[in-house]
Design a protein around this ligand. Sequence first.
Ligand SMILES: *Cc1c(COP(=O)(O)O)cnc(C)c1O
Length: 379
Amino acid sequence: MNEGFETLAIHAGQEADPHTGAVVPPIYAVSTYKQDGVGGLRAGYEYSRSANPTRTALEECLAAVEGGARGLAFASGLAAEDTLLRTVCAPGDHVLIPDDAYGGTFRLFAKVLERWGVSYDPVPLGDVDAVRAAVRPETKVIWVETPTNPLLGIADIAALASVAHDAGALLVVDNTFASPYLQQPVALGADVVVHSTTKYVGGHSDVVGGALVAASAELGERLAYHQNAMGAVAGPFDAWLTLRGLKTLAVRMERHCDNAERVVELLASHPKVTQVLYPGLPEHPGHEVAAKQMRRFGGMVSFRVAGGEEAAVAVCDRAKLFTLGESLGGVESLIEHPGRMTHASAAGSPLEVPGDLVRLSVGIETVEDLLADLTQALG
Ligand SMILES: *Cc1c(COP(=O)(O)O)cnc(C)c1O
């Protein structure tokens, strides 16, 4: 298939329903399937933890838009991560994680997997030599986020894929911030792509979900085995909502990027802003790598406020159209203070974030309204 991204996002895994002609896969709210004689499955379905037609449609579509061999849908991004790590790691193994990893990912390593016997080291992913130097004989995974959350750091996926493969490790890329529309890690050498589909893929702040896309069918099969064995699957309603979101990902992302660029322009020339973190800025240390591996630079923008933590908190409190809240990637704009909200659990760790930092998830509202709100919030 040589179809374009938008065509795949709308059609992959979604033939019209053979019985009714319904153009959208129905929500198969069902747990079990009638067998025609013992073992006689009509369409391969026997029990909905193992497989469900609505989930299958989403999984096939996710694999297609990421250019991978196999897609799997989970109850949340963290459920996907946990299933992945307990498939490819065993007690005694070691993992390298970004030194500004998503807080929940960090917590999964620090509080859950470490007790299970998997150790980890945070590394600055922007520095390929530092990553190579941190690899140990027992390193099984290099975990990449790019752009990172909330500092919008950029990692060179192709370069890190070679480091991982030279060491016999897997390269995992959490592609939540970029979305498959802006960045396709499998084509750059990643073995597994992780998503919190809660964010841009779902896109409407109405569903929590996660996904894995494996580059190879063999790894996809092992992950599917664990998906069923561990059971953290996406339900049919959630799969349906996520699939609906995915159809418009391309047009939404274009507008997220357009609006983010205008917001960056405003912030960069504002006297109360000391620094704007956005990979689209030529002075961003990861700009060249981002330009090489991303279609555009995304809808996430972070910035530092003159006057420190209290001033940053005040900006968040004054914002009106930018809703004060965690999460990201929905059509509505969100603002948050990472130090006290999404990244509060990283306080005192190597992943602690600056107190004067504000993070924006720039939505797709009328851009003039967004600019006016930020101007009043900055005071
Ligand atoms: C939200 C998020 C996750 C976790 O996903 P959930 O759906 O909340 O479990 C993982 N990685 C990144 C980058 C995220 O933003």
